[in-house]
Design a protein around this ligand. Structure first.
Ligand code: AMP
Length: 127
C-alpha cells in the first residue's frame, strides 16, 4: 500500500501553526477546527496529528493510541456541538472524503462533522 504524504498540504501547515484555524478541540492525537466554508450551521473537521492521508491509511498504520485518541476526539466534538441523538441532540453526519472518486481536496485525513440542520439524503441516486 502506497500512501505518500505531502507535508505541504494545508492541514499539515495548520498542525505546524503556519496557518491559523478556529480550534474547537485539541488533544494529544487530534485537532478539531471549524471548516472555513461551512456547509451546515455546525461544520467541524477532525484530523489526527500524525501524517495520514486518509482513513484506510490511518486504520492500517496508526498506533492503537492514535486510533483511540482520534476516535475519542471525534466523540468529544459531537458532545461539544450538542448534536448527539442520545443526549438530546438532533444528529449529525460524518464524512471522510477519500481519493479522487471521493473528491478529497486536502490529502490529510479529516472527518467532517456536520449538523444543525436537516442534511438531506446522503447521495443523489446515480450509480
Ligand atoms: P475535502 O478534502 O473534499 O473533504 O474538503 C476539504 C475541506 O477543507 C473543505 O470543506 C474546505 O472548506 C476545508 N478547508 C480547506 N482549507 C481550510 C482551512 N484553512 N481551514 C478550515 N477548513 C479548510
Amino acid at each position: 500500500m502506497n500512501n505518500p504524504y505531502d507535508t505541504e498540504n494545508i492541514f499539515a501547515k495548520i498542525l505546524r501553526g503556519e496557518i491559523p484555524n478556529d480550534t474547537v478541540l485539541e488533544t494529544e492525537h487530534a485537532l478539531a477546527f471549524r471548516d472555513i466554508q461551512p456547509q451546515a450551521p455546525q461544520h467541524v473537521l477532525v484530523i489526527p496529528k500524525g501524517p495520514y492521508v486518509n482513513y484506510d491509511h490511518f486504520a492500517h498504520t496508526a498506533s492503537d493510541a492514535e486510533i483511540v485518541g482520534y476516535t475519542r476526539a471525534i466523540g468529544k466534538v459531537c458532545e461539544m456541538l450538542g448534536v448527539q441523538p442520545g443526549a438530546g441532540g438532533d444528529g449529525y453526519r460524518m464524512i471522510a472524503n477519500t481519493g479522487s472518486d471521493g473528491v478529497q481536496e486536502v490529502p490529510h485525513l479529516h472527518i467532517h462533522i456536520l449538523g444543525g440542520r436537516r442534511l438531506g439524503r446522503m447521495l443523489q441516486s446515480k450509480t
